[in-house]
Design a protein around this ligand. Structure first.
Ligand code: SF4
Length: 304
């Protein structure tokens, strides 16, 4: 139910006061002062509100990490899983209940190391998930160890001589997997994040969004000012169209002089995972409704 301006959303909110919530609760925020997570979560709440989603129709699967500590700070259905496993949990939810808008949130540590296999197969499978990768270039929750994305140049906890290996570039990695949606944005620019999240929420398949996130406590190599000096917007490139994978790969590579943000690639002509199965090619139902008449209360009780 996309809604395109704040006025109509606000009218909708006042008309449907009971069913709309603004994703806000009273939980105590534990992120460090100046952390990019504040802006990311605010941009997401804003995007969901502008797109007209009610909180009861959204589920977020969180990984372990500083991003995962946001799981109780947003009022909606949330699941805080094991490290590196935000994506398979999201895939199960998205396949099981097609009425839900499913979003997964994970850091660069969990995504590009522990859970990299899940990322690869989510891209291949086109599960209908909006995936937000918080790339702060380190393992922040465990006090600043080097991740697969840490840039060379600074000693980290556990690697006093600095990162020795070539860092991974997550968006470049995903562009090589024949994806249908790849975008990158920056936690310092809430307006841009909101724009990108809204596009990702409207994508029918697997939407990969990398957010270059500031971590003022442990990442002193790429602070907010570092990004502002380098961030360039793809939409400012004359004639830019997000339909050329090879061109996208060229712009994603540079991470020294220019850091491009925007939608790098989008293919709207995709077949959702469930419809790839020959006997379900026309399926438009919701599996959750088909199992409603089964009473599983006893089974659930057995876990208590
Ligand atoms: Fe944010 Fe870094 Fe603090 Fe974690 S350690 S809360 S990512 S600033």
């Amino acid at each position: 139910m996309p809604t395109n301006n704040i006025k109509s959303v606000m009218q909708g909110l006042s008309q449907k006061k009971d069913s709309y919530v603004r994703y806000v609760n009273d939980e105590v925020i534990t992120w460090c002062s100046g952390c990019g997570n504040y802006q990311i979560q605010n941009a997401l709440k804003r995007s969901l509100t502008l797109e007209g989603y009610t909180a009861d129709k959204v589920l977020m699967s969180f990984d372990i990490g500083c991003n995962g500590n946001g799981s109780d700070k947003i009022a909606m259905n949330t699941f805080h899983g094991l490290h590196g496993r935000a994506l398979p949990l999201a895939a199960g939810a998205a396949m099981g209940n097609t009425d839900l808008k499913v979003i997964a949130s994970a850091g660069d540590g969990g995504t590009m190391s522990e859970g990299i296999n899940h990322l690869v197969h989510c891209v291949r499978s086109e599960y209908p998930i909006t995936f937000i990768l918080h790339n702060n270039h380190n393992y922040g929750l465990t006090t600043g160890q080097a991740s697969a994305c840490t840039l060379p140049g600074r000693a980290m906890n556990g690697s006093p001589d600095g990162q020795l290996l070539e860092p991974m570039n997550p968006s470049e990695f995903v562009l090589n997997l024949n994806p249908s949606f790849v975008a990158r944005t920056f936690s310092g620019d809430v307006k841009h994040m909101t724009k990108i999240f809204r596009k990702a929420l409207n994508h029918k398949g697997f939407a990969f969004v990398e957010v270059l996130q500031t971590c003022p406590t442990y990442n002193k190599v790429t602070p907010q000012e570092w990004y502002w000096e380098r961030v360039k917007y793809l939409e400012d490139i004359k004639g830019w169209k997000a339909n050329d994978l090879e061109k996208a790969k060229k712009y994603i590579k540079d991470f020294e002089k220019n850091v491009y943000v925007g939608v790098f690639y989008e293919n709207k002509n995709i077949v959702p995972y469930v419809n790839k199965l020959p006997y379900l090619s026309d399926y438009k139902g919701n599996p959750a409704n088909e199992v409603k008449h089964f009473d599983v209360s006893k089974l659930i009780k057995s876990f208590e």
